[in-house]
Design a protein around this ligand. Sequence first.
Ligand SMILES: [Ca+2]
Length: 431
Amino acid sequence: MPTGSRTSQYKKLGGRKEHTVFNRVLLLLFWRFLRECRSSIFLFLTQGKGLSFGTGRFVPWKGVAKKMKRKVIIDCDPGIDDSLAIMLAVSMEEISVAGITVVCGNCPVSMGTANVKKILRYMNRLDIPVFAGEEKPVKREYADALDTHGSDGLGESFLPNVEGYEQDLGAVEFLEHALLKEPCSVIALGPLTNLARLLQKSPEAFERIEEIVSMGGSFGSRGNCSPVAEYNYWADPDGASMVYEAAEKFGKKIYMVGLDVTRNIVLTPDMLEYMKRLKPAAGEFVQRITKFYFDFHWQQEHLLGCVINDPLAVAYFADRSLCKGFEAYTQVETEGISRGQTVVDFTPEEYENGLLREHNKDALCFPKGTAGSLTGVNFYGKRANSKVLIHTNPLGFFQLFFSRILGVKEAELDLLPKLVKETSYEKSSIN
Ligand SMILES: [Ca+2]
């Protein structure tokens, strides 16, 4: 090679050495980057939600994220908070709502079905099919919650009915057909009657449910229908019990978004005002359907605001960082004064993972047994059929909720941290 060539000159100047050092630095930086965002990459690959850095979200290739939307059926009983949950679900690019099934709960099925259509019309999403489901619980009389949700089930907003859009199939038939055609997940926001009937009619379809996220039950929190029971499981404890038993049988885990976490999700008058300032039309619509709920919480609990349970289940389905909990074997009591109570049995290992121990340090006591093992746990020795969520992140939730239903960027919600901080209903929140 000629002495004047670029390569020999490069060698002469010690370029190879510099080149090697440069490569090493690059490699080190790349390795650190990979380590930093490995969980985000996992979420990206499994949920199609983009990479998360800090509190922001970055979708490197929007088209890919869109293709990886998670398909879900929403089973609900609208219901004021169900309606907010539907608004959130149909606003999220991370999920695709294949259909909405209605069950008797907060209001009768015909009223709930009409309410879903009213919400879908407002969201301009009447393309999503709505299916009327079970009109009464599996074994007992139906008890509505119109005292909480208003005589029209939608906060006495008395929005006009949507004519048409009837479906030939009932909710259970739709669930069966849809699941046998293609597995998908179910977000259950009401009593579990429709899912219990699906289980009876077509266990093979039930088995094809990918994930069940259920707003219902409670672990350490007091009930809202009795000292120990939350409404959805209290309303149809037999249906809920069947679904939890089936989850154990089929090796599934129900994500239990119960009162422990939802009671931290309080929409306040100031937040509502903020919504109206940001997007007047959307804010006024939310105000119209929640006013009755605000009044109810004031009268019943002396609370300036309302607990919106159901949207947290939708948000958690899309973003697992919003709630934390532990795996456990859960049963639902069907009789007596503790009807609808979730009886949660967990292993010493789950207790020792820290979250439960921290959660219970002031409330409950699990003494060590003589052999050094924890007593009062793992009574049944059964495998976990649930993930019981006990900690949540209200700010993270409201950032998602506001940004999606109002169509604004999270970064623009500058007042939200202060407004959320002022609402500490219970103390089981992730900071
Ligand atoms: Ca509901």
